[in-house]
Design a protein around this ligand. Structure first.
Ligand code: 4NP
Length: 161
């Protein structure tokens, strides 16, 4: 089983959306037995909460239900997951810092930035939509669907799925 973890700051907007859209791809490609995913946040701000209502509404428009409960990234995640996908540079550095502090460096090379897989990349980060309007959530949805498609193709090639 290839295990993927999507990580943002609060684990209530971007990473649960990334998880939901990737789950849909797993289902479309009938890869349930080979690929799984989860999400987490680098902060403890929203532990236990459901995703942001605005993110849920946007996801629902595209037939994606978000039912994740926010949790914080922990050191054990570096042992559990094969790929850790950061939503932005700040979180990428915090993920690396946690990995290195736990002596988990051998796997930290599997930490990627989500937009490394975005064919229309105009910025390194998936923008944080939390303090903005509804358009920001639509943009996050578009970026994540686009990037996830390419990330899935990458996994299929890399692991001969
Ligand atoms: P996320 O968005 O990292 O995409 O889940 C945010 C959620 C909450 C906060 C910031 C970003 N916050 O500052 O509470």
């Amino acid at each position: 089983m290839i295990k993927v973890l999507f990580v943002c700051l609060g684990n209530i907007c971007r990473s649960p959306m990334a998880e939901g859209s990737f789950q849909k791809l797993i289902a479309d490609k009938k890869l349930h037995n080979k690929v799984s995913c989860d999400s987490a946040g680098t902060s403890s701000y929203h532990i236990g909460e459901f995703p942001d209502e605005r993110m849920c509404k946007t996801a629902a428009k595209y037939d994606i239900m978000l039912n994740h409960r926010a949790r914080q990234l922990v050191k054990e995640d570096f042992k559990t997951f094969d790929y850790i996908i950061a939503m932005d540079e700040k979180n990428y550095h915090n993920i690396k810092k946690l990995a290195d502090s736990g002596g988990e460096t051998p796997r930290s090379y599997k930490v990627f930035m989500m937009r490394e897989f975005d064919s229309m990349k105009d910025h390194h980060d998936v923008p944080d939509p939390y303090f903005g309007g509804i358009d920001g959530f639509e943009e996050v949805y578009s970026i994540l669907t686009r990037s996830n498609k390419n990330f899935m193709d990458f996994l299929i090639k890399e692991h001969n799925l």
